[in-house]
Design a protein around this ligand. Structure first.
Ligand SMILES: [Zn+2]
Length: 150
């Protein structure tokens, strides 16, 4: 499920049409339609409006809310959501999930080593596995990256 489908699902759960959401949020129905079809990535302002109405930050988690609002990251905010959804909100090393584990999206190949911020180079990990991985790589080198042994 991608971000657009998430928005569509939240809208359908409330049995609302795009036009009704437009009236309630001020986001035009054509823009909403594009967001739902995944052809338009919402701006910060639109994300905030979606949040006010759908409580979308609550739904997708504190990490994303925090990252979207504060974290100046090379990872696009929507890509981050898509990685969380793709990885089913589970740490891809230990299978940990919220609220026991604090999850975030990390680069598989770090940017410093030429890794991109595209979805295929991103992964959901808990903080414990991330720190563990960092230490392991520091000690044994990136060739021994535990992620590549999975
Ligand atoms: Zn983990």
């Amino acid at each position: 499920m991608d971000f657009g489908n998430l928005v569509r699902r939240l809208r359908k759960e409330r049995s609302l049409t795009l036009k009704q959401v437009e009236e309630l949020t001020g986001i035009s129905f054509s823009q909403l339609g594009k967001i739902e079809r995944g052809v338009h990535k919402p701006s910060q302002d639109t994300m905030d409006k979606l949040n006010q109405f759908f409580k979308i930050y609550e739904f997708i988690g504190d990490e994303i809310k925090g990252n979207y609002l504060k974290y100046e990251s090379p990872i696009n905010a929507i890509t981050r959501v898509e990685v969380f959804v793709r990885d089913a909100f589970l740490c891809q090393m230990c299978g940990g999930k919220k609220p026991e584990k604090s999850l975030n999206v990390y680069h598989i190949t770090p940017i410093e080593l030429g890794g991109s911020s595209a979805e295929e180079n991103l992964i959901t990990l808990c903080n414990d596995c991330f720190s563990g991985r960092q230490e392991f790589i520091k000690k044994y080198g990136i060739d021994q990256d535990p992620l590549k042994q999975i």
